[in-house]
Design a protein around this ligand. Structure first.
Ligand code: 5AD
Ligand code: SF4
Length: 366
């Protein structure tokens, strides 16, 4: 196993079986060796500066019914909200004042004209007010025409997770309102529209194997993704997707472990991309989940900059942390914990993925 880790660190391509064996690692000392190797590759390719993205959860209204998600359309137990343009701008201003360098507008998937307009106007206003702020959107599958409008308005990046790159597993966790081939098309359209493209998967879904996850990493590579955001699947009480066997601390611990292993294996395979250490990791280990993600090879964190008021209604999964923490206290805690692991926050820079910059400069040389 140590030989497989060393070869991955040296940049040799691994077979899918070898990648799967990294993801399945349970032994503490081997996991430590895996994370240390991924960390060295991260230092070499992207450094030890952590990019912060101010997360603005602007609306929990969603037209879709994903079987795992707490804000799915049919969940009648949450209050639906949508921030006004002014509220979105206020959150962006806070991110700017904190030196976060970029914001992520994330919301349920809607394609009605009003929702599309709101995003377009919000992006335009943020760009006008804070030209240096990077803008990432995470607003689901849309047509190429809508992506182009948002891109023209000034958005730089887009996150659209494939959730699972295996068609059968994708279909098991989505009702008919999500079509695998349409998700692939949307990812392609994002590239056509000129976005820096991020994708990702959930880890530890019922029935998912390390081989499935190894195929996900191969998918990231084929897509030539610039950013990866992934985290453990967390059972949600209002969502229909449940494991057939009851949840146990051991199962949660394994999903966390696989979450770290996936970050490390992805860093070893993709080298210069941005990888987020996600809230789902923090949910499973509130004290240090995201920091362990950074130490396993991630380099991005997305702290919430929205108002506390709506957090309870934006629970994609149970146990989401920081429900009553305001943006200021979240920032202070992060600053301390990131310094505590010997890293630093890269303030006031947009944090463009090196992978994207390399692709652009290759293209301009051609
Ligand atoms: N557990 C983990 N992640 C989830 N997401 C939605 N529901 C869950 C859940 N129960 C993730 C999806 C989606 C992102 C916004 O949140 O991957 O793309
Ligand atoms: Fe809607 Fe996204 Fe949740 Fe699916 S994962 S129900 S598209 S918010």
């Amino acid at each position: 196993m140590r030989d497989v880790i060393a070869r991955a660190e040296a940049g040799e391509g691994l077979s899918s079986e070898e990648t799967a064996s990294l993801i399945a690692l349970e032994d503490d000392s081997l996991c430590r060796a895996l994370y240390a190797a991924a960390y060295r590759v991260k230092l070499r390719y992207v450094g030890n500066g952590v990019y912060l993205r101010g997360l603005i959860e602007y609306s929990n209204i969603c037209a879709k019914n994903c079987l795992y998600c707490g804000i799915r359309r049919d969940n009648g137990r949450i209050r639906r909200f949508e921030l006004t343009l002014e509220e979105i701008l206020a959150a962006a201003q806070l991110a700017f004042e904190y030196g976060y360098g970029s914001v992520v507008l994330q919301g349920g998937e809607r394609s009605d004209g009003r929702a599309v307009d709101l995003i377009e106007r919000a992006v335009r206003r943020i760009k006008e007010s804070f030209p240096a702020l990077g803008i990432t959107l995470s607003c689901g599958e849309q047509s190429l025409a809508v992506y182009e409008r948002w891109r023209r308005a000034g958005a730089d990046r887009y996150l659209l997770r494939i959730e699972s790159s295996g068609r059968a597993l994708f279909e098991r966790i989505h009702p008919a309102d999500s079509v695998f081939d349409e998700r692939l098309e949307a990812l392609k359209a994002l590239r056509t529209a000129g976005f820096q493209v991020g994708t990702g998967v959930m880890i530890g879904l019922p029935g998912q194997t390390p081989q499935d996850l190894a195929a996900d990493i191969a998918f990231f590579r084929t897509l030539d993704a610039d950013m990866i955001g992934m985290g453990p699947w967390l059972p949600q009480r209002d969502a229909p997707l449940h494991d057939e066997t009851p949840e146990t601390p051991e199962k949660a611990a394994r999903r966390f472990r696989w979450g770290l292993n996936m970050i490390a294996a992805t860093r070893l395979a993709l080298r210069d991309v941005n990888i987020a250490s996600t809230t789902a990791l923090q949910t499973l280990r509130p004290a240090d989940g995201r920091e362990l993600g950074l130490l396993a090879g991630a380099n991005v964190i997305m702290p919430n900059v929205g108002e506390v008021e709506h957090r309870n209604d934006y629970q994609l999964y149970d146990g989401k942390p920081d429900l009553d923490e305001n943006a200021r206290s979240i920032r202070l805690a992060l600053e301390r914990s990131i310094a505590g692991i010997g890293e630093h926050i890269a303030y006031n820079v947009p944090g463009t993925p090196r992978h994207y910059l390399a692709r652009i400069s290759r293209r301009s040389e051609e």
